[in-house]
Ligand binder design. Structure first.
Ligand SMILES: CC(=O)N[C@@H]1[C@@H](OP(=O)(O)OP(=O)(O)OC[C@H]2O[C@@H](n3ccc(=O)[nH]c3=O)[C@H](O)[C@@H]2O)O[C@H](CO)[C@@H](O)[C@@H]1O
Length: 354
């Protein structure tokens, strides 16, 4: 979803693209209007150990690079992104990293994402940083590649969805709606139990409509189903399409989530978000006043939601902000890539430019 805008922007520049779908998410190329492009499904679905997935993706991608593409583009911090970058680096094919420079500065939080994104950035030739802060993180690490501040493509995808949605007026007089998502590996076990207990507490104390969207990972979904049975007062919803998710976020008064993408979307939608993590690589949304970092402690979650029951506090956190991009990130990224490949193809121009 987050690379689809880049694919379209490169396509408009006449580039020949080959999409590698690792299979970690059940969605297909058609889901993002990409079916016109040559795409290969690796069938490397999730699994328990992300390091094993890195290995499987890396080995599966390797033969696909035999014709030596001009560049491999990876996004974010997943095992697939790291596996792709590793095998390209090993075969000396240039790597471009979209969403470079995000750091929580704690390899355990989130694990393995902090480890993977740092390792990708150490190997990338082109680093597309969402914000000045992420670019500064890369400068501080003396990464060998070229850094560009571009904004993040998740906001391009969000604004494209918003353009398609009909305008709706909020129906007043209804109960406040709390939207919840949680799936981070570091929260498995005590963290998820504590989040579920907090939601049950809130359901028992306040007339809230609490909706939890289950994560596609069956391990997480089954735990939440067990912890939040029907009588808990929390409505469990199946995972939905991105467009449906944006509608669901727009219908919420408060969002509780450990999702990185939703930490970028909530400020742009103007919906206050409480981050269910102890550390975040997205401090910009906290600095803009749209988010609060609350962690997974039961009492802290309850107290933070109760703080936001105050209409004045919620209003102050509901002003739309775009710290993660203006919807033009894919165009910027495609422009830098086109420039880079042109220079690679005609080094003489590089000398002239120097
Ligand atoms: C450490 C970290 O934060 N890493 C992030 C993580 O992304 P994430 O945490 O945001 O991952 P999820 O929460 O799984 O997805 C969220 C997106 O999915 C949409 N959504 C959600 C539920 C649903 O039912 N239907 C949907 O459409 C939702 O609106 C949002 O856009 O990995 C990405 C890849 O590396 C990284 O880029 C990104 O930094």
């Amino acid at each position: 979803m987050k690379l689809a805008p880049v694919v379209s922007a490169l396509d408009r520049r006449g580039m020949r693209l080959r999409l590698i779908l690792t299979g970690q998410h059940p969605l297909s190329a058609a889901d993002y209007g990409l079916s016109a492009h040559e795409h290969i499904r690796l069938g490397c679905s999730g699994g328990s150990d992300p390091r094993d997935l890195v290995e499987r993706v890396s080995r599966s991608v390797s033969p696909l690079l035999a014709e030596r593409p001009g560049l491999i583009i990876v996004h974010g911090d997943t095992a697939s992104a790291f596996g792709g970058a590793l095998t390209a680096f090993a075969t000396r094919i240039p790597v471009a990293h979209v969403e470079a420079g995000l750091r929580s500065f704690d390899p355990q939080m989130p694990w393995p994402e902090e480890e993977f994104r740092t390792a990708i950035d150490a190997r990338a030739d082109l680093l597309f940083a969402p914000t000045e802060i992420s670019a500064a993180n890369l400068e501080a690490e003396n990464v060998p590649g070229r850094i560009f501040v571009t904004g993040n493509t998740g906001i391009d995808a969000l604004l494209a969805v918003l353009d398609r949605l009909p305008r709706t007026s909020p129906d007043s007089g209804r109960s406040l709606v709390l939207l919840v998502t949680c799936h981070r590996r570091e929260s498995w076990g005590d963290g998820l139990r504590s989040i579920a207990a907090a939601l049950s507490d809130l359901a028992g104390r306040h007339p809230l409509e609490i909706r939890l969207v289950l994560h596609p990972n069956p391990a997480v979904a089954s735990v939440m189903r067990e912890l939040l049975p029907d009588k808990s007062g929390v409505r469990l919803l199946e995972p939905v399409t991105h467009e449906q998710m944006i509608k669901t976020m727009l219908a919420a008064d408060i969002i509780l989530s450990d999702s990185g993408g939703m930490q970028e979307e909530a400020p742009a939608l103007g919906v206050p978000l409480l981050v269910l993590r102890e550390k975040t690589e997205r401090p910009e949304g906290v600095a803009s006043g749209n988010m609060l970092l609350v962690g997974t402690d039961r009492n802290r979650i309850v107290a933070s939601v109760e703080f936001l029951l105050d209409p004045g506090v919620r209003a102050a956190m509901s002003r739309r902000a775009f710290p993660y991009g203006d919807g033009q990130s894919a165009e910027r990224i495609a422009g830098h890539i086109a420039e880079y490949l042109a220079l690679e193809a005609n080094p003489a121009t590089q000398l002239r430019q120097a």
